[in-house]
Design a protein around this ligand. Structure first.
Ligand code: SAH
Length: 269
């Protein structure tokens, strides 16, 4: 057994790197610690996912660099991002690596930590609110529920090899709740895999685009229909797919017609 004091609990000397969670988009969903660090920042390297409202909170004197990735679009290679973080931190200023949501989910955090550690630099992580939390809040649903699901999965729709493989049989079980990140382009694939493994066509599937922002949109659908609904809705922003959950109001209003449900609700801020 090893018992350790947390070596990453406190900010340290200049030259350190802070992996900072920016949350899902709404600046009010930043942590207080994130806000303080952004207001005092000297160098910020941020993802494309970070909203303009949050970038506006950064110390105006700070150097702000974008090192982004987006779905299948143009991207800064990870090695370049790692090198940029290290180069900036070595120049003596504390660096904030600002990432959408929570940096510990689907953010290639380990690769960046390895690069920073490999350069002999100190680092810390400041968590943020992840997109799945914002999306489930938007639809008024709990991600877990007694007697329905005692676990919830966070999965990615695609990885470096293409569409990501998962335990489809487990994901297809009734009552299962799964938050799919980066899933828009994988919708047909997800549907095919789940149905092939016994997923029921009327399983609720909800897409939440731009969760927590004024551009938030909620698309309630089913396993049978969601790729079609998704294509028709032409979502452009980041979207989270919640497998196994319907928007609460829709579920309460029309439980028996859940499998016919297709609705696009523009959400008032
Ligand atoms: N670290 C981030 C996830 C990065 S992966 C987090 O914890 O949220 C990027 C994916 O996150 C997007 O493709 C999308 O699926 C999801 N995402 C991020 N922000 C979102 C938002 N505001 N609304 C819906 N989905 C979002």
């Amino acid at each position: 057994m090893t018992i350790q004091c947390n070596p990453h609990a406190k900010p340290r000397a200049p030259g350190d790197v802070t992996f900072l969670g920016a949350g899902p988009g709404d600046p009010e969903l930043l942590t207080l610690r994130a806000l303080k660090l952004l207001e005092a920042a000297r160098v910020v390297i941020h993802d494309r996912l970070v909203s303009p409202e949050i970038l506006a909170l950064i110390n105006p004197a700070a150097k702000i660099l974008e090192a982004g990735k987006r779905g299948f679009g143009p991207a800064t290679p990870q090695t370049r991002i790692n090198a940029l973080i290290v180069a900036e931190a070595r120049s003596g200023q504390p660096v904030i690596r600002l990432k959408g949501g929570d940096p510990v989910l689907f953010g290639r955090l380990d690769e960046e930590i390895d690069a920073v550690e490999g350069a002999g630099l100190q680092w810390q992580i400041v968590p943020g609110i992840t997109a799945a939390s914002a999306a489930s809040a938007a639809i008024g649903q709990s991600l877990t529920r007694r007697a329905r699901n005692g676990s919830v999965r966070f999965i990615t729709g695609h990885d470096m090899e293409g569409f990501a493989d998962h335990d489809w049989r487990a994901l297809s079980q009734p009552g299962t709740v799964t938050a799919v990140y980066m899933g828009k382009a994988a919708a047909r694939y997800l549907q095919g895999r789940l149905m092939m493994h016994g997923g029921r066509p009327d399983t609720p599937v909800t897409l939440v685009e731009n969760a927590s922002t004024p551009h938030e949109r909620i698309l309630g659908s089913t396993l049978a229909r969601f790729p079609v609904d998704l294509a028709e809705a032409a979502l452009e922003g980041p979207a989270l797919i919640l497998l196994g959950l319907a928007p609460r109001a829709a579920q309460a209003a029309r439980p028996e017609t859940l499998h016919h449900q297709e609705e696009l609700v523009a959400h008032a801020p």
